[in-house]
Ligand binder design. Sequence first.
Ligand SMILES: *Cc1c(COP(=O)(O)O)cnc(C)c1O
Length: 375
Amino acid sequence: MIPIAKPYLTKDEAQSAYDTILTGWVTQGPRVEEFEKKFCEYTGAEYAVAVSNCTTALHLATIVSEIREGDEVICPSMSYVASSNCIKYTGAKPVFAEVESETYNIDLSHAEKLITDKTKAILIVHQIGMPADIDAFRTLCKKHNLKLIEDAACATGSAYKGKKIGSHSELVCFSFHPRKVITTGEGGMITTSNEAHYKRLKLLRQHGMSVSDRVRHQSDKIIFEDHTEIGYNYRMTDFQAAIGIRQLEKLDWIIGERRKIAVKYIEELKSIDCIRLPEEREGYFSNYQSFSIYLKDNSPISRNELMQKLLDDGIASRRGIMTSHRETAYKNEFKEIKLPVSEDASDRSIMIPLYIPMTGEEISRVITAIKKYLN
Ligand SMILES: *Cc1c(COP(=O)(O)O)cnc(C)c1O
């Protein structure tokens, strides 16, 4: 069976976690701090705050953006549901924008049309590793005095206009779930260029506590902490950070290997005229967190039939990126809205296997099977 994805974890990560366990420091200690520092060096971000996962990262990003009940936040419906759930947590309303059919990234002109007096922020998603047009959204947000949040869950190591994702705007949220390009088991990171955000994010992730465990532990004077606001427990453990440090060292290599597979897929599949392949425009660099293909009208079989046939051949695939407005949790509230581009892209696309290491034979099997069913 060829799986859809596989985390790339080796003895290095196991050793790193093992060594950390023996230090006696368990949660949010020196390894978390080191991981944050290295993440800043890697991305070029000014500050980084490690948290328990990307969903909690996004939640804290909405809080420091002062998003509250009654506000509206524009975001794509076509994304993993966490992108809109984090808006819901605050009591604000997600307002769903269309995506562009070629990149699946949020459509700038549609997003602009949705701006009202209540709009507080725009949340953009770098879909399956392909960056959205950050500068265009920064300009739009500036013009209308809105906050910008980047959901970069899938985009660790991707780049936009020559700079790594994480270095362009005030709030960028990453995921280290096993389905992403690097993993810490569960885990997330927020990068920011804003010192006030940085300080507040650090408080919010640990119950609003004014003194961290580490500072108290190292102090030769007694210190009592205060809880300065209602916070959360969104901490990352030191074991996870120890794994993350090793993963980060390999990230550029991992992306290089992923891109070789993507190039091979593109070369071999581009002659099939009933599909559309991912498009990487000038200035955009994808980590190929996933590889998606879109089945046009002239496809001899439906998307679901193709998925079943691939499965029968021992090849896993997944449906395209979901749309939140059609999920049961959102359906009632959003039954009036229609997002034809997002719905079509979601219903007609599939993700095919891409992981490291993927053998030449496995890659060939996927290509041969797709050609067999679509030619
Ligand atoms: C995976 C993902 C998330 C959630 O990340 P977790 O670390 O699992 O919380 C959020 N947004 C997008 C676009 C994702 O793909």
